[in-house]
Design a protein around this ligand. Structure first.
Ligand code: C5P
Length: 297
């Protein structure tokens, strides 16, 4: 018997970052949108905990207990006083170290899958609490849709979305480490007063209306200067997408995946073609959002 859970990637349409806190984290106003690029996590009973991964980026995925999927299985098993004797297989389509919450998706997916497999009957609230322990973006991977995350990004409020937004994602030829990007943010911020992060009212209204042009005018990412500082070539990718008619071009989360908002599906294909031809990225994908969060299939 096995259980498979499908979990989407995310793009941050707003990522407002506050000053570093004493615990090293940053307070955020983080507006997440789940988009239709998915990892599938399958759990099967086994003699011990084992992680395997398939997909184009599989070689970069750690298969030890640092993998968020392993940590999720262990966290749930510990709470129930059982052994995490499970084989977790990840079919990976979300870019690794890309700023699209691929690792978080696997954590949320493994948690939901193990809960079903073991019949542990965790409530939504308990699942969300475990997700928040695993990482700042993991609760959103569970719930999907669109949401504002505050605190570390883990305290979520669902947001209304009035339509589908069409995106193009350009994958870079190397990853960026999230802690390194936050450290670069701190370095660039030295000596400056960092305002409290707040969600943009214009952005929330644009989401609710399903208005791509208004959303394009409102998107922002405070980590973008830090990501560009560590990975300057991303500026060429952003310029190529803008030049091809994207309504907005931004780094996704801590990067280095770049995200392009387009008017409609047809325009997304055009921007995707231009990005592929530009030679400024490793791979290009289109995806719409919002989509549902972690779902048993
Ligand atoms: O929570 P998560 O494990 O995903 O965070 C990864 C790293 O990103 C943290 O160790 C920290 O360096 C940085 N981070 C942060 N502030 C946040 C979320 C993440 O500084 N709100």
């Amino acid at each position: 018997m096995s259980v498979t859970v499908r979990v989407p990637a995310k793009v941050n349409v707003q990522l407002a970052v506050g000053a570093a806190r004493p615990d090293g984290f940053h307070d955020l106003a983080n507006v997440f949108l789940a988009v239709g690029l998915y990892d599938e996590v399958t759990v099967t009973p086994a003699d011990g905990l084992r992680i395997t991964c398939e997909g184009p980026d599989a070689a970069q995925v750690p298969l030890d207990r640092t993998n968020l999927a392993a940590r999720a299985a262990i966290a749930l098993a510990e709470r129930r006083g059982i052994e995490p004797d499970v084989h977790v297989h990840i079919a990976k389509d979300i870019p690794v170290a890309g700023g699209m919450a691929g690792g978080s998706a696997d954590g949320a997916g493994a948690l939901l899958a193990c809960d079903r497999l073991w019949g542990t009957g965790a409530s939504r609230a308990e699942l969300l609490a475990i997700c928040a322990e695993l990482g700042s973006d993991v609760p959103f991977s569970l719930v999907g849709g669109a949401a504002l995350g505050v605190g570390r990004g883990e305290r979520l409020t669902a947001l209304e979305v009035g339509g589908t937004f069409h995106w193009v994602f350009a994958m870079a030829d190397r990853g960026l480490s999230t802690p390194a990007v936050f450290r670069e943010f701190d370095r660039l911020a030295e000596g400056r007063r960092i305002p409290e992060p707040v969600a943009s009212a214009e952005l929330v209204a644009a989401l609710a209306k399903g208005d791509a042009e208004a959303l394009a005018a409102a998107v922002s990412n405070d980590l973008q200067p830090a990501a560009l500082s560590l990975f300057p070539e991303l500026a060429d990718t952003l310029a190529a997408g803008r030049g091809a008619g994207a309504l907005a071009a931004l780094v996704s989360g801590s990067g280095p995946t770049t995200a392009f908002l387009t008017r409609d599906a047809e325009s997304a294909e055009k921007v995707a073609g231009a990005l592929r031809a530009s030679g400024t990225c490793r791979a290009v994908r289109t995806a719409g959002g919002p989509v549902a969060g972690a779902t048993v299939v």
